[in-house]
Write a protein that binds this ligand. Structure first.
Ligand SMILES: C[S@@+](CC[C@H](N)C(=O)[O-])C[C@H]1O[C@@H](n2cnc3c(N)ncnc32)[C@H](O)[C@@H]1O
Length: 335
């Protein structure tokens, strides 16, 4: 299949990478200009396994946003083709956008294999094996050099919150993983270490306590009103229900307690054709938020308000790129 390039000036690096990914989606879905099809017919014709069907819908939504299809409920009309950058430039695009090695590798290997991935003839985990891990890709998704900037901004906010309070300040970190954000916070405020609870969903290198953001906090040993500050780096998108998790964090905090977290914002075509395969639900499970893995900042703002937080600061890095990352600083209401 060929994709004619539209010459309206050279697109930015991130747009080029988006176009390559969108072109691969269109090719995998076997879109033919003028065709009218239903999503159901498409998944049947392509033999898409049930747990990846959500991705077909997400791809069609992404293609609709770029004017390639007109999507109306379950039916879509193909309006045209995607003008894409050459796949030969892929490595350069990844490097320029500071995409992490794990994600770049998965993306490069996945693009030509999208139909096989949809059929589960090959899995994203196999594309990363044998030298890489799924956890590695998930830990690195949407991370880039910009992320360090936000980690430092988080560390400053946590320090300010701590200095504004009588000691000792109790910090709970969610999803500390290999401790990138932890390191930034404790470098800025080593005095917090004494009352710092490192947590993650399962045993991690930092010997974290187990705390699953999708389960009741008190039942896991994190009682209401026992934290002054909660921090979470690139973790809260694992909440199946954002509002429910934010309410749990709200209850864990004392009135006036502070939540500082970073998260990727917006599903982009690179993620949709690489790491999002790793977010497909387990057999019998359901993909969260209808397949919106990285909700928009607006969704986060609404969920924070609904959970009883007052939003204090928002910072975005990465511009309109596939590396876009966001920081939120919110305070628990005192009611
Ligand atoms: C992208 S890593 C971020 C790690 C670390 N915070 C950092 O900044 O490098 C996401 C982390 O979320 C954790 N995680 C995944 N699902 C979770 C859940 N339901 N509850 C708590 N943590 C979870 C993972 O184990 C992983 O350590």
């Amino acid at each position: 299949m060929t994709y004619p390039s539209v010459s309206v000036g050279r697109p930015t690096t991130s747009v080029q990478l988006d176009l390559v990914s969108l072109a691969a989606m269109a090719s995998a879905l076997e879109l033919e200009p003028g065709a009218v099809r239903s999503v159901g017919d498409t998944v049947r014709a392509l033999r898409v396994v049930r747990w990846h069907e959500w991705l077909v819908r997400r791809w069609l939504r992404a293609l609709a946003q770029h004017g390639v299809v007109d999507l109306d409920g379950d039916v879509y009309r193909v309006l045209g083709e995607v003008s894409g950058a050459g796949v030969g430039e892929l490595d350069l695009l990844h490097t320029r956008l500071r995409i992490t090695d794990e994600v770049a590798l998965l993306h490069r290997r996945a693009l030509p294999q999208l139909p096989a991935l949809l059929r589960d003839d090959v899995t994203a985990a196999q594309l990363l094996a044998p030298d890489r891990t799924v956890l590695g890709a998930l830990a690195g998704e949407r991370l880039c050099l910009f992320t360090a900037e936000l980690d430092e901004a988080c560390a400053e906010l946590v320090q300010r919150a701590a200095l504004d309070r009588p000691q000792p300040v109790r910090v709970v970190e969610l999803g500390c993983g290999t401790g990138r954000l932890t390191t930034a916070v404790l470098k800025e405020s080593p005095f917090l270490l004494e009352h710092y609870r490192f947590t993650d969903i399962s045993g991690q290198p930092l010997r974290a306590e187990t705390l699953d953001v999708n389960q009741d906090f008190a039942a896991q040993g994190f009682l209401p009103g026992t934290a002054d500050v909660v921090v979470a780096g690139h973790t809260l998108h694992h909440a199946v229900n954002l509002c429910r998790t934010l309410v749990r964090i709200h209850d864990l905090l004392v009135p006036g307690g502070e939540l500082v977290f970073t998260t990727p914002i917006g599903d982009d075509p690179v993620a949709l054709t690489s790491t999002h395969f790793l977010h497909s639900p387990q057999r019998g499970g359901e993909v969260p938020r209808g397949g919106e893995i990285f909700p928009s900042s607006h969704v986060w703002q609404t969920a924070l308000r609904a959970a009883g937080f007052v939003l204090k600061t928002e910072v975005s890095v990465g511009g309109r790129s596939s590396a876009r990352h966001h920081m939120f600083h919110a305070v628990r209401d005192v009611a």
